[in-house]
Design a protein around this ligand. Sequence first.
Ligand SMILES: C[S@@+](CC[C@H](N)C(=O)[O-])C[C@H]1O[C@@H](n2cnc3c(N)ncnc32)[C@H](O)[C@@H]1O
Length: 263
Amino acid sequence: MESRPANGDSDPNSNPVTNSVGPPSALTYLDPHYWDERFSSEEHYEWFKDYSHFQHLIKSNITTSSSVLELGCGNSQLCDELYKDGIVDITCIDLSSVAVEKMQTRLLSKGYKEIKVVQADMLDLPFDTECFDVVIEKGTMDVLFVDAGDPWNPREETVSKVMATLDGVHRVLKPDGIFISITFGQPHFRRPLFMDPKFNWSMEYNTFGDGFHYFFYILRKGNRHIEEKEEPEKHQNPPINMYQDELEGEDYLFRTSIDAEEN
Ligand SMILES: C[S@@+](CC[C@H](N)C(=O)[O-])C[C@H]1O[C@@H](n2cnc3c(N)ncnc32)[C@H](O)[C@@H]1O
């Protein structure tokens, strides 16, 4: 595997990163040791896009009094940016103890004392029922899909891990809470999972990004009044005019493991 620029964000104003080698295969992202090792030497990596690209969507959905749970914070600065926007009741979790320790140190050094950082598995959330206004994840659930096989018919094991995560998210959300999922996963792949009949949330989404679009899903708990008519969505291949810096980004490796199965 050749070395590649590790910055998945094409924004020249984003912070520098220190990791310079991607993993040998997207399947590596399923290995917790990979993340521990990576976070030992990497200070910041922003998956997909940084906050400035979707800040407007955050601001129209989260208020400064919201309690927020972030799944799989890694060494992202999403929580810092939320904090700077006045959202201080934030709990971050990550499976990696290294990520958690480094995140705690970084946030304390900035004086962001209210942000809690906890080592936890998103498949088994250690929080009370109905205790958060917002749960947010950026690129974290995508890790569960790297060995999904055919994205139109994901493996049973993948579906069961995704469902364990969604069950937990739905449980910890307050009755009118929202789940925000920021991903490259297209609606025709996500909808059947997000809109399982056992969930009482509605689903809507926005897109952001240049060249390759990312999706900003908003699932509103308690808002599923009328069963949406299931309409099969058009199968879209990724746009071929991706910018070169997008192609070089590490998240391209992430995406191709799924896109390759489509064709
Ligand atoms: C692709 S990175 C995304 C990091 C960050 N959200 C961002 O936007 O840059 C995936 C993150 O999920 C974490 N992770 C993987 N599996 C997890 C799990 N089961 N529970 C919690 N975190 C997990 C990894 O340690 C890593 O930090």
